[in-house]
Ligand binder design. Structure first.
Ligand SMILES: Nc1ncnc2c1ncn2[C@@H]1O[C@H](COP(=O)(O)OP(=O)(O)OP(=O)(O)O)[C@@H](O)[C@H]1O
Ligand SMILES: Nc1ncnc2c1ncn2[C@@H]1O[C@H](COP(=O)(O)OP(=O)(O)OP(=O)(O)O)[C@@H](O)[C@H]1O
Length: 522
């Protein structure tokens, strides 16, 4: 079968951020081929060049990014460098790691119709194809929604819908598993199967979670440090497991054990850190005819608990986390943090009590370098310079940010940006830590470092609330879980540990020892 993608001796250097300093190597001498109709996977640790490679396939590199290119990429008969982005977009459907950046139309239906209009498809056929795409991705109910007001997973589904609507020759999706819930991922897999049968579409997926690629990929490219170090098949997941683990790629061949949440009697004598008291929330632009985004949510997180907020895409997880630091106000009910009614506080006032990392870390960056970014919060709270420097050093070591500590955080890979955002929260030493999908897009090594550190802080007394759909993570680390479904709390209680135990690292010298006594460490 003919190759549809040819990458030949491709090198890419990002222009130095801000115009000064050395350019940053994104790719070195990368070569690979993908046959028409194949499913190819790109894997590798955080910052290894995966996104850079697929951006070069979609033409974002070199057309929309500053830097210098060697070698070439061909898609079918087109040389990417000499083809315009708009011509490429007719043949290549691309979904990057931040779907928000891609959605430009006012409504979901218009977003999906746009590539069809570009191809000059007749209006009646556009209607039918939009309906088909919405049905394949099970997002018919989002049809008339404003694209800017969707949850992150909903945005990802719409971006995938827009990418496939025009029946591209090649579909590229960068880390879908980090944003889609299980059903959403199944829908994506199904769409890829249908399109491969219908039009012999080729699919390229960048993934940290390799479960699907291990079962189905025809070609696998392993990247390390900007190079493709293996061009192989799904055999790599059995034959070269130790190599993959040594570079930080998760090799998981079993499905996660289903999460069991045991119903708990409310602890009347407990010492609550965060109380959700019959909370209702509705976004200002949500029509009154629709159900509220949070509907009578009531539970209490005790001090020292490690709580997961779980549920599918759009169930209200991020909305709930945004209430804790007053970023969002409930329209009814009350949130109490360490005895203080959040209604009486601003987000800035809440910063001493609660450190929050949301799903879009890049939004919060404002400093010139990673070091300044991490030190910004403690400095604003009046922590002295020596202590700020000590804490920043600890975070740089923890997340292995030595190579990028002097770069602006905005110029890092998505996983590196997430690591910086998490460092900015951990460095605050707040009594309550709230993390929205913290491990999404981190490689195996960074994910376990992060979670082991958070578990250690939890043993030292920090209350942790983490929005995630990762059942394995919840069973390993969390003491309790709250499950949301369409804005309603459907269960809250202890997590059954399924016999797995988290091995806690020894407490850091001079820091208060474990005090919650709840057996959170599993
Ligand atoms: N600004 C907004 N205006 C109107 N509706 C919104 C807004 N933001 C979110 N929603 C809706 O609120 C609901 C809950 O969204 P939320 O982001 O809390 O879900 P989530 O569980 O975090 O989802 P995901 O897993 O996709 O991140 C969704 O139906 C979403 O479409
Ligand atoms: N816009 C940019 N400007 C400068 N350097 C960049 C830019 N984007 C990425 N880089 C650098 O290029 C390297 C590769 O980044 P890339 O985003 O391709 O990695 P990745 O493997 O996709 O990582 P992740 O899993 O974290 O998404 C990283 O070291 C990163 O810091």
């Amino acid at each position: 079968m003919a190759d549809i993608i040819t990458v030949m001796n491709l090198g890419w250097r990002y222009a130095a951020p801000g115009g000064g300093g050395e350019p940053i190597q994104g790719l070195r001498d990368a070569s690979c081929y993908v046959q028409q109709g194949a499913l190819a996977g790109v894997i590798g640790p955080t910052g290894s060049g995966k996104s850079t490679l697929v951006k070069a396939l979609a033409g974002i590199i070199p057309h929309c990014t500053n830097g210098s290119l060697n070698g070439y990429v061909r898609i079918a008969d087109m040389n990417v460098k000499s083809t315009t982005v708009s011509d490429l977009s007719l043949r290549v459907g691309y979904v990057g790691q931040d779907p928000r950046a891609q959605l430009t139309s006012p409504t979901v239906a218009e977003e999906i119709a746009f590539p069809l209009e570009n191809r000059g498809v007749e209006p009646d056929e556009i209607e039918a194809r939009v309906d088909d795409v919405l049905a394949m991705l099970h997002i018919e109910d989002l049809r008339e929604r404003d694209t800017a007001t969707l949850s992150t997973g909903e945005m990802e589904r719409v971006a995938i819908g827009a990418a496939i609507a025009g029946e591209p020759d090649v579909l590229i999706v960068d880390e879908p598993a980090s944003l889609l819930d299980e059903e959403g991922y199944e829908d994506l897999v199904n769409v890829i199967d249908v399109m491969r049968r219908r039009t012999r579409m080729t699919a390229v997926l960048v993934e940290q979670d390799t479960r699907f690629l291990a079962q189905r990929a025809d070609a696998v490219f392993l990247m390390v440090n900007g190079e493709i170090i293996r061009r192989t098949t799904a055999d790599i997941f059995t034959r070269e497991r130790s190599l993959l683990e040594s570079v930080g790629v998760i090799v998981s061949d079993q499905d996660a054990t289903p999460l069991v949440i045991e119903s708990d009697e409310p602890d009347a004598a407990g010492n609550p850190a965060v109380v959700f008291n019959h909370v209702h929330a509705r976004y200002a632009d949500s029509p009154p005819s629709e159900a509220p985004q949070l509907d009578d949510v009531a539970f209490a997180v005790q001090q020292g608990d490690f709580v997961a907020i779980t549920g599918g895409n759009g169930s209200g997880k991020s909305t709930l986390t945004r209430l804790i630091n007053a970023e969002l106000r409930p329209d009814r009910g009350q949130i109490v943090v360490n005895g203080v009614d959040v209604a009486s506080r601003t987000p800035v006032q809440m910063a001493q009590q609660v450190a929050v990392v949301d799903q879009h870390p890049a939004d919060m960056f404002c400093a010139q370098s990673v070091r300044e970014e991490i030190g910004f919060g403690p400095r604003a709270l009046g922590v002295d310079d020596d202590e700020v420097a000590r804490r920043v050093n600890e975070m740089v070591r923890l997340f292995d940010l030595y190579d990028v500590e002097d770069m602006p955080a905005g110029a890092l890979s998505s996983g590196e940006q997430r690591a910086v955002a998490l460092a900015c929260a951990l460095v605050m030493h707040a009594p309550v830590l709230v993390l929205d999908e913290p491990a999404a897009g981190l490689d195996h090594r960074l994910k376990s470092r992060l979670l082991n550190t958070v578990a250690r802080m939890n043993q030292e007394g920090t209350t942790v609330i983490i929005a995630t759909e990762d059942a394995d993570l919840i069973q390993r680390y969390c003491s309790h879980a709250a499950r949301l479904d369409q804005g309603r709390l459907v269960s809250y209680g202890r997590v059954r540990a399924n016999g797995r135990r988290f091995l806690a690292p020894p407490p850091v010298q001079g820091v208060r020892a474990a005090s919650n006594g709840k057996g959170v460490a599993r």
